[in-house]
Each structure stands twice: as C-alpha cells, then as structure tokens.
Design a protein around this ligand. Structure first.
Ligand code: CP
Ligand code: NVA
Length: 309
C-alpha cells in the first residue's frame, strides 16, 4: 500500500477532506467528554522545526499524547540536518525510528524531497508556500459555526502568502466562495491562483479593494503582513498594506452574521484591530483550539489501517 502524506490540500478530494472533518468532530467530542481514546499507543511523531511555532507545536505534541503516542521536538539546530546531513539521509534514518514526521520549514521543495525519501507519512506543518493543516482546521471551524462550509463566502484580506495559497487549494476542491483582496505585487502564487480559478469554476475572485472582497462575506479572514522570514520587510509592508486592515468599518460591510478569523500569531493594530480580534464576531480562539482536534484527525488518517476505535 502506498504511504499517505499531508503536504498540500490540493488533490486530496472532497470525500477524504470531509472524512478528516468528521473524525475531528468525533475526536473533539470524545475529548470534551473526558473519554480517553489512545489508538496511537506506542507510536512516535517527529516534529522538525526550522521556524518558531506555538499552535502547530502544541496541537501536534498534545494531540499525539492524547492519542496515546509521543512526539519528539526536533529543532534543526539540534539535529545533524542543521550541519549539512542531507534531507534524503535524514528522511531515510527517521523512517527507521519514527511512525510519522511533521516538518515546518521554508522551502516546500524540502518537505517534498523529505517525503520522497521517507517510507513513513510526512505532514507539512507550514512552508513559505503552504499551510495546509491551518486551512483544514479553519474549514472545520467554519463548518462547526455555520453547520456547513458549502456555499459560504470567505473573504481573505491581506498578503498573498502561504495561508492564502492554501485557501486557494481548498477552494479548488470544495464548494465555497473565496474572495481575496491583496495589494498589487503581493498576490498569491500565480500558478496556484490560476489553477484555483480554473477548477473552482468562478468561485475564486481576486480584488484590490478589501471592501469589494468582503461584500456578502460570512467569514473575514486575515493574516500577518510580514510572514516568518520576511521580518526585514515589515516596515515597508506596513505602508503598502495600510488600507488592508480588518477593522470595525470593514466588518460592517460584510454579511450581518459574519465571523472574523485569524490563524495567529497576530500583529495587533496592523492587519487587525484589537476591538475586532477580541470582539463578538471573532472566532479566533475556537480556531486556535480546533487545530488540536484536526491535527489529531490528520494523524489518525495517516496512520489508519493500523488503528480502529
Ligand atoms: N497558526 C499557526 O500555525 O501558529 P504557530 O505559528 O504558532 O504554529
Ligand atoms: N503567514 C504566517 C503564518 C503563521 C502561522 C507566516 O508564515 O509567518
């Protein structure tokens, strides 16, 4: 049987994706009811981090523990990969010890090379290009809040970054509407955008004006203007993105029942105001919590066949 990976949402398929959300819902309910469920007893997750993390590390580490397994935090600084051991050798060796690996790094190609060389499932925990675990979990939050993600209009305001690219990959596969507003020069990845526009049959739009993007939207989503690795551009970006702030005025222009989402960490006062982030429309903390339940569902799915409830 071919091993499964979770490197991108693209190509996953609606049925498999909905299956992950259904399992996440079940796992959340078990957890909320204090029911212990440990199908991954004796299993080990390795977590390679080239960039910082709060939510991704916590959700995978705690999630693996709750499922009965253990997780190892492997900072690049502390493993031989950081001293020039090849990605291929690292992947092959880790496959002999571990059951699954999650990687957060810069280049998407590194994660793909790792996956090609590994004989165990590999999870993309964020690259410069994509953040599939985040968007899977965000769609879970939307489904939980509205009962379904189908037909919902989501407005993504800000930088055409890894988060925006993964939204586009999701829109190519799932029947929701995605309306992005990005300043010129900060669009999402061109190939991913074109493919999403083609495959979504008109459900994806790119605007320059945030007001145009949020009209009729039931989800307003934003992310930082300078992602990890772009710290030196922060000041310049703050100027370019000034009119892309998610504030009360913008929220007022969306649907009456609109919710506000942010993957976090936020730069309060830049891409989002305090009153909106902490306000009654915000589902940001539910969103953060749901990473845990969805990460558990992904781990279970990747190791499935060897586990059953
Ligand atoms: N949203 C997210 O991935 O958060 P961390 O960078 O804290 O993992
Ligand atoms: N776009 C952000 C997401 C952080 C979770 C970054 O890459 O830094």
């Amino acid at each position: 049987m071919k091993k499964k990976d979770f490197l991108t949402l693209y190509g996953l398929g609606k049925e498999d994706f909905d299956g992950i959300l259904d399992r996440a819902e079940r796992l959340k309910s078990l957890h909320r009811n204090g029911i212990s469920y440990r199908p991954l007893a004796g299993r080990t997750l390795g977590m390679i981090f080239d960039k910082p993390s709060t939510r991704t590390r916590l959700s995978f580490e705690v999630g693996m523990f709750q499922l009965g397994g253990i997780a190892l935090f492997l900072s690049r600084r502390d493993i031989q990969l950081g001293r020039g051991e090849t990605v291929g050798d690292t992947a092959k060796v880790m496959s002999r010890y571990l059951d699954v690996v999650m990687i957060r790094t810069f280049a998407q190609e590194l994660v793909e090379e790792f996956a090609r060389n590994a004989t165990i499932p590999i999870i993309n925990g964020l690259t410069d290009l994509l953040h599939p675990c985040q968007i899977a979990s965000d769609i879970f939050t939307i489904r939980e809040h509205f009962g379904s993600y189908e037909g919902i209009k989501i407005a993504y305001i800000g930088d055409g970054n890894n988060v925006a690219n993964s939204w586009l990959n999701a829109a190519a596969m799932l029947p929701f509407y995605l309306s992005l507003a990005c300043p010129e020069g900060y669009d999402p990845d061109r190939a991913i955008l074109d493919r999403a526009q083609r495959e979504s049959h008109g459900r994806v739009e790119l605007h320059r004006s945030p007001l145009d993007a949020v009209r009729g939207a039931r989800v307003i989503y934003t992310d930082v203007w300078a992602s990890m690795g772009q710290e030196s551009e922060r000041e310049e970006r703050a100027k370019v993105f000034q009119s892309y702030q998610v504030n009360e005025k913008l929220v007022q222009s969306a649907a009456e029942d609109a919710v506000v989402m942010h993957c976090l960490p936020a730069h309060r006062g830049e891409e989002i105001t305090d009153d909106v982030l902490d306000g009654r429309r915000s589902v940001v903390m539910e969103q953060a919590e749901n990473r845990l339940h969805v990460q558990k569902a992904i781990l279970e799915m990747l190791l499935e066949g060897e586990t059953s409830e």
